[in-house]
Design a protein around this ligand. Structure first.
Ligand code: GLY
Ligand code: MN
Ligand code: MN
Length: 459
């Protein structure tokens, strides 16, 4: 948790932004509740709502807060523990002392929120964010039947959380250092004959012992062509590629998100090396282009062109590069976007709406495979924290579909592609901060990334 003044300042800024947007009334924040995995006392691991953490800091269930745009009044709704809680959870600080930690002077019992809202709203607008948990959806429906999330509030919150403060950058750098450690353990554990799950266990031990845990379910697989493959049951075979896409969430709840792809035998085959080099070149190109003023959409498109240039040299595609970019041929090989925002969530704020978060008002999201999945297209400004994660995947079912439907037939060498059906996939992902001068990769050290660095690290 940060100092009291951080949360006070953020809430003040939010009020200013709402007033500047011509808004009045109340802002209602609802923190998360525990989520039972099966029965009520056996819950999923506790995780607070990220926007709640940003403005109210308190990392505990069953809290809500109201902020008046008109008067600046703020009230926390939360309960002091009773004897039963003390028996099961031990003594807890008072709500009063917790509220003081984040600069809130007034508080009421959680159960009073409905009555208080009913009495105080009286036709005044109540702004709230889209809930990311069903508990909060149900609660909002009870509190404010039929009401919709406030686009003005969503935009104001995004405008703040999108530009990371210095203390947040420090926190993300730290999460990235933990991510570096976790990935290093994973890489060193790769061994033919082990089950993937054994490596997952060793690497996630780092996340759990040094931070809150992993920032999303770990992807560690010999089948990297499945973008979000969460199965870990395969036995590691020689001569394959292993994609490891994983991040640590720090105790402050800031994320890291790195991907590396390793040759399971320690050295790439010639064929693997050729494709790896293309992905690496795309990753490097994106980083070199990322700077204030350029849109990440244009960076995505530049890497798509680079990728097609490399695939063209391998004889997998042919034709004019710009025509192929326009036709979306890169999407056949990389059906995802170049990157996303990262912060308190690994895909930062996507619960608030992917397009509102990742697109400037003058941008519209494409429908094309690949570009259409781009989650961060905005014009870059200092303080953006984004991922740089190009990949090449040979997805037999997708290639067959393209072929059958005659898609890209002028450009794609389908006959040659068949010899890649058992290749798998490659992704290389770094986390990047946009600075006044350009960009820097987050974390003190960069994980080995080039062919030579990866092979050296695996010796
Ligand atoms: N972990 C999913 C991603 O890299 O976006
Ligand atoms: Mn990732
Ligand atoms: Mn990512």
């Amino acid at each position: 948790m940060f100092g009291r003044e951080v949360y006070e300042r953020r809430r003040k800024t939010l009020l200013v932004r709402m007033r500047e947007a011509g808004q009045s009334g109340l802002i209602l924040f609802i923190g998360n509740a525990e989520a039972p995995a099966q029965y009520k006392d056996n819950c999923y691991k506790w995780r607070q709502d990220s926007s709640w953490l940003y403005y109210w800091g308190l990392d505990e269930p069953l809290m809500a807060a109201v902020l008046s745009i008109d008067s600046g009044e703020e009230i926390l709704f939360a309960d002091d523990v009773d004897m039963d809680d003390i028996i099961w959870m031990g003594p807890q600080p008072s709500v009063e002392s917790k509220a003081a930690l984040v600069g809130v002077s007034r508080h009421r019992p959680y159960s009073e929120l409905p009555g208080w809202l009913q009495e105080r709203t009286k036709g005044r607008p109540v702004h709230f964010l889209p809930p990311s948990r069903y508990y909060n959806t149900l609660m909002l429906e009870k509190l404010l039947p039929g009401a919709a999330p406030s686009e003005a509030l969503i935009k104001a919150v995004i405008s703040m959380r999108l530009i990371k403060e210095d203390i947040e950058i420090e926190a993300i750098d730290y999460a990235c250092d933990l991510g570096y450690q976790m990935h290093s353990v994973a890489r060193d554990a790769i061994e033919v004959g082990l089950v993937e799950q054994e490596i997952v266990g060793r690497m996630e031990a780092v996340a759990l012992s040094k931070g809150w845990g992993v920032s999303f379910p770990t992807i560690l697989t010999l089948h990297g062509e499945t973008l979000h493959n969460h199965g870990h049951a395969a036995v590691i075979e020689p001569g394959k590629l292993m994609v490891i896409d994983a991040g640590v969430e720090s105790n402050e709840h800031y994320a890291s998100d790195f991907t590396r792809t390793y040759p399971t035998s320690g050295k790439f085959t010639q064929k693997q090396k050729e494709v790896y080099q293309i992905v690496y070149d795309c990753n490097q190109l994106a980083f070199s282009l990322a700077k204030p003023g350029i849109t990440y959409r244009d960076v995505h498109l530049a890497t798509a062109r680079k990728m097609l240039e490399g695939l063209s040299a391998l004889g997998l595609v042919k034709g004019d590069l710009d025509e192929m970019v326009a036709a979306g041929i890169a999407g056949l090989f990389q059906p995802h976007g170049l990157g996303h925002n990262m912060g308190l969530d690994v895909h930062d704020m996507e619960d608030l709406g992917e397009n509102l978060v990742g697109y400037d008002p003058d941008q519209t999201r494409a429908k094309q495979l690949g570009l259409g999945s781009l989650r961060m297209a905005r014009r870059l400004v200092p303080g953006h924290v984004i991922t740089d994660e190009p990949g090449i995947y040979f997805i037999p079912a997708l290639i067959e579909k393209f072929k059958k439907e005659g898609l890209g037939q002028d450009f794609v060498n389908y006959a040659k592609l068949e010899s890649y059906y058992d290749f798998g996939g490659i992704r290389i992902e770094d986390d990047v901060l946009i600075t006044a001068e350009g960009a820097r990769r987050l974390g003190q050290k960069r994980l080995p990334a080039s062919v030579e660095e990866v092979e050296a690290a695996m010796q």
